[in-house]
Write a protein that binds this ligand. Structure first.
Ligand SMILES: NC(=O)c1ccc[n+]([C@@H]2O[C@H](COP(=O)([O-])OP(=O)(O)OC[C@H]3O[C@@H](n4cnc5c(N)ncnc54)[C@H](OP(=O)(O)O)[C@@H]3O)[C@@H](O)[C@H]2O)c1
Length: 308
């Protein structure tokens, strides 16, 4: 996207901050729509071109105001743990519908909706079912929307490697739920932000669904080994049944920010890799960045003291 006004919902999040920064650096004026503009961390890059506005995707009127006057809209809202009225359905289905419907009503030219690989309507996970229903709601209200489905995101402040590394720092053994043989294709957060910017600039991306993965597919166990090597810690990897993971997730649920949820355990049962013959990063001219290149840049704090 060259010049123009873009509204980014979820622009205070891990991915949304990068999308906002990338769009601003490319010359766009970015409106970051967040629930609490005063507390929103400054998105990276594009200083002066990014303005926070108040919006909650569950409140359709606030969505109407946030998209007014924009040429494009990106929905990068995420919710991993339900709290009170902030349910998966309220945020990922109703909220996604509000953004798509109000974007259509306001005559917005382009809408990018961020979902995730494996958004299946029949999943055991209420999170995954909501993602699938959200995609359907977006397609219904705004058929030309571009849907981005990333695999697990990595990069500084990611939830995946940082959570596992924090656990590895204190625990002598780490569980491999289901034996750790599920396959993942981690994708660099900046590559997904670049993809969002490029699809906005490409008329041919209208109505498409892209699956975004990194250059390599790993088993969960291989990723754990890579992480342990990176942080210089030896830990026993113990195969554990998914059922144990679900019990641990229930116990973790009493914490304010649970490190593990039942939906994550369910997600671990299914490979999370880019499908065959679907539009992907390569179709956008993006060469994906390897985990091995970026992980060393943000794992130093998890190494034993005195280890470089
Ligand atoms: N992280 C991953 O590994 C991964 C993998 C695949 C797909 N994805 C998808 O990528 C997208 C972004 O994920 P992320 O990891 O960047 O999430 P995140 O860091 O948790 O950020 C979530 C964002 O959503 C906003 N938000 C939550 N509820 C909202 C509401 N009711 N109204 C308006 N904004 C709301 C938050 O804003 P506040 O400041 O208001 O809280 C925040 O900006 C999500 O769709 C996620 O499912 C992520």
């Amino acid at each position: 996207m060259a010049q123009g006004q873009v509204t980014v919902f979820g622009g205070s999040g891990f991915l949304g901050r990068r999308i906002a920064g990338r769009l601003a650096a490319g010359g766009a004026a970015v409106r970051v729509a967040v629930r609490n503009p005063d507390a929103a961390p400054a998105p990276e890059g594009g200083a002066g071109r990014i303005v926070p506005v108040r919006a909650d995707v569950r409140d359709e009127d606030s969505v109407t105001r946030a998209v007014e006057g924009s040429g494009a809209v990106v929905n990068a809202v995420g919710l991993y743990v339900e709290r009170g009225e902030a349910t998966f359905d309220a945020v990922h289905v109703l909220g996604a519908r509000h953004v798509a419907r109000q974007s259509a009503r306001a005559g917005i030219a382009r809408l990018v909706h961020v979902s995730g690989i494996g958004a299946e309507p029949n999943s055991e996970s209420s999170y995954v079912r909501a993602r699938a229903a959200g995609e359907a709601a977006v397609r219904e209200a705004f058929p030309d929307a571009t849907i981005l489905r990333p695999s697990v995101l990595f990069g500084p402040e990611d939830a995946f490697f940082n959570t596992l590394a924090a656990l590895a720092r204190v625990a002598p053994a780490l569980p491999l739920f289901g034996g750790g043989m599920t396959r993942l294709q981690p994708v660099y957060v900046d590559d997904v932000a670049e993809a969002a910017a490029r699809v906005l600039a490409r008329p041919s991306a209208r109505g498409q669904t892209y699956e975004l993965g990194g250059p390599r597919v790993y088993t969960y166990k291989a990723l754990m080994r890579l992480l342990l090597e990176e942080i210089g810690r030896k830990r026993i990897l113990v195969p554990a049944p998914y059922g144990l993971g679900e019990v641990l997730a229930v116990l973790a649920g009493i914490l304010p920010n649970p490190p593990l949820t039942r939906d994550q355990i369910i997600l671990m049962k299914t490979d999370n890799v880019v499908g065959a013959n679907v539009p992907a990063l390569a179709d956008l001219g993006i060469e994906p960045t390897a985990v091995e290149t970026v992980l060393p840049t943000y794992m130093a704090r998890f190494r034993p003291p005195g280890r470089p």
